[in-house]
Structures are given as C-alpha cells and as structure tokens.
Write a protein that binds this ligand. Sequence first.
Ligand SMILES: O=c1nc[nH]c2c1ncn2[C@H]1C[C@H](O)[C@@H](COP(=O)(O)OP(=O)(O)OP(=O)(O)O)O1
Ligand SMILES: [Mg+2]
Length: 197
Amino acid sequence: MMPFPELVLASHNAGKLKELQAMLGDAVRVRSVAEFSTVEPEETGLSFVENAILKARNAARISGLPALADDSGLAVDALGGAPGIYSARYADGRGDAANNAKLLDALREVPDAERGAQFVCALALVRHADDPLPIICEGLWHGRILHAARGEHGFGYDPLFWVPECDCSSAELPAAQKNQLSHRARAMALLKQQLGI
Ligand SMILES: O=c1nc[nH]c2c1ncn2[C@H]1C[C@H](O)[C@@H](COP(=O)(O)OP(=O)(O)OP(=O)(O)O)O1
Ligand SMILES: [Mg+2]
C-alpha cells in the first residue's frame, strides 16, 4: 500500500518527468513541482544523493506534499567520472546538444575499449520538508560512449550512450524498454519495493 495518496515530482526536466510518471503508473497521484514554482533550487551538493535530497526537500517545502526527486547524470571512466553531478551543467547551461558535443570532443582520442561509462540515478523521497529519514535508492546503467549520436528517443546523453545488452544506443530504445533497463528504472524498482507498491 502506498503510504500517501499524492506526491510532487521535484524535477523541471520534461524527459525525466515522463519516465518517472510512466514508472509510477497509477500507484500514486503525481503533481509537478512546476505547479508550485518555476524557480529551480541550486544543486550545491557534492553527490547525486545530496542533490536529490536537497531538491526533494525544496519541493516538499513549497508544495506541502511528500516529494520525490531524481538527481542523475553520466559518469565517464576515461574522464575520472566526469561530468557526474555536473552533467546538466557540463557545457555551462547551453543544453543537451552542447553537452553532447563537449563530451564527444573530450573523448575524441579515446579508443573504444576505454569509452566505458555509467548512467547514475539517485532518487530521494521525503514525507515532508524536514523529514529526518528520506528514502534513498540508487541505480546504475553500464554502457559505452559512442563516437557520434544515434537515435531520436529519450533525452540528454541518450544518443551517445551505447547499451551493450541491446546492441543499440539508449536513444534507439523505445521508451517502454528504456524504462525497464535504465539507471532510473533500477532505482525506481528499489523505491517501489521499499514502499510496498
Ligand atoms: O536517462 C537519461 N538519459 C540521458 N541523459 C540523462 C538521463 N538521466 C540523466 N541524464 C542527464 C541529463 C542531464 O544532463 C543530467 C541530469 O541532471 P539533473 O540535475 O539530475 O536534472 P535536470 O537539471 O535536467 O532536472 P532537475 O534537476 O530539475 O530534475 O543527466
Ligand atoms: Mg538539475
């Protein structure tokens, strides 16, 4: 049984919102944080978990509802885990296309065998803004960075992320399949287990 009837999704990213909503199904009524504020909180944490908690608390504070936040990104082996928590800001806020171009450039000389990477997702659920016991779930998705973009689905770095088990990029996967396999799917499966839904 879901412990509460509705919650606010603490994300301003349309791609993420769509995926999280699809994964939650009709287990809970979902509201968007954009109903309450268009101001995005500053992500001052040094880890995905810290940023997820910070975004969840902010959304709970402004909505008065339980809040679920997702902090995620791409950790590239050859870059020592960069862009990591800075994935959204990698090209200084110039958006997904600029982020992808910068990543391809950074890896221009790197051979296939050294292009390993993982998508990371931290989910944080708080029952209220000062909740001393947030529920935290993390998920990883291992893959490799391509030399050029492939596919039209998904968002963010999906066109550059090669998924070995599917023999395609994550932007070539239909949404339903990405939502079974991804870092976000893995974190969400753990969260659902904890919530008993
Ligand atoms: O499944 C994914 N497929 C492709 N790219 C992805 C994925 N998951 C995260 N990403 C990338 C997008 C963004 O560059 C960064 C998330 O940054 P992150 O701060 O968590 O999200 P955001 O600023 O877009 O929205 P918000 O903070 O309001 O939830 O990682
Ligand atoms: Mg963000």
